[in-house]
Design a protein around this ligand. Sequence first.
Ligand SMILES: [Zn+2]
Length: 119
Amino acid sequence: MIPGKIPEKSAGTAEKKRFYRKRVNFFALINKIKLWPSRRGVLHGIQSIQIRGKTATIVTHCRKSFTVVESRNSRAARWLRNKWFAGACPQCNIPRWKQEKYSATYFRKRWGSQLKALD
Ligand SMILES: [Zn+2]
């Protein structure tokens, strides 16, 4: 889909804070928390994520595989930003601490300020 395009490095360590805030790397976030909210609001555990530029192929623990396009305005990004989920996937078996982390700590401590800046 994107021939010859070199994916940007998304480590983000060298980036200045105020710079970083404007461009939260959605995939970096996904890769970090390893959780994905489905269309119905079910939280899945991510087994692997392969990032290729603006798209990423995600495989969940319940063996679902799909490709997503990076977008801060996508449904998933919004769900993650707002920490919404309707329930956890029983097959993915997401540990409770992780669900709790999803709904609290991660965002407040690490990503909250950056994500809020998008609104
Ligand atoms: Zn699942």
